[in-house]
Design a protein around this ligand. Structure first.
Ligand code: GAR
Length: 194
């Protein structure tokens, strides 16, 4: 039987990196034909970096504050991504908005995870906003990245119920559990891996 070529992915994260770790572990455990080329981060203090080192994934740090301006950062990010030549770019808590040039260069090759049922609660602090609004159901969305903020075509969504006795923290935990399960499923779907 012909072996399929490994798909190459790059993960971008700015903070904790729990989604990044869940993705890498799933790929390793299931021996999926996916190679995680690198973790790319704009934040030299991101906990995701420690996770990457433990997992043996190369790290590219582009410290946002050390660039003259956003354009220079964006140029370096584009160069970095081009040199890695991924089949898919996976945003996992990456807290910088990608410029149109990157979105156009990697059209339909960038996915993002967002902790709400888009189009509800886009942008920052989505979990807290949903909790404070008092919705009874929120959830997780995986979508393609376009030039807007959290507006691209939706690939997958899953609901999370908010119970009477939930706190923001308990809701956050429930959302993360769902994220860690569905992000890799969405990635597999986009890469046509079963
Ligand atoms: C996740 O909850 C993700 O949905 C959210 O950041 C968190 C990152 O967690 N992303 C956004 O809010 C993007 N708008 P992690 O660093 O532990 O993976």
């Amino acid at each position: 039987m012909k072996r399929r070529r490994e798909s190459k992915i790059v993960v971008l994260a700015s903070g904790n990196g729990s989604n990044f770790e869940a993705i890498v572990k799933h790929i390793k455990e299931r021996k999926l034909p996916i190679k995680v080329m690198a973790l790319v981060t704009d934040n030299p203090d991101a906990y995701a970096i420690r996770r990457a080192r433990k997992l043996g994934i190369p790290v590219k740090i582009l410290p946002f504050k050390s660039f003259k301006n956003r354009d220079e950062f964006n140029r370096r990010l584009l160069d970095t991504l081009r040199s890695l030549n991924p089949d898919l770019i996976v945003l996992a808590g990456f807290m910088k908005i990608l410029p149109p040039q990157i979105v156009r260069t990697f059209f339909k090759k960038i996915v993002n995870i967002h902790p709400s049922l888009l189009p509800a609660f886009p942008g920052l602090h989505a979990i807290q906003k949903a909790y404070e609004y008092g919705v009874k159901v929120t959830g997780v969305t995986v979508h393609f990245v376009d030039e807007g903020v959290d507006t691209g075509p939706i690939i997958m969504q899953e609901c999370v119920k908010i119970d009477e006795n939930d706190t923001v923290e308990s809701l956050e935990e429930k959302i993360h559990r769902v994220e860690h399960r569905i992000y890799i499923e969405a990635i597999k779907r986009v890469l046509s891996i079963d």
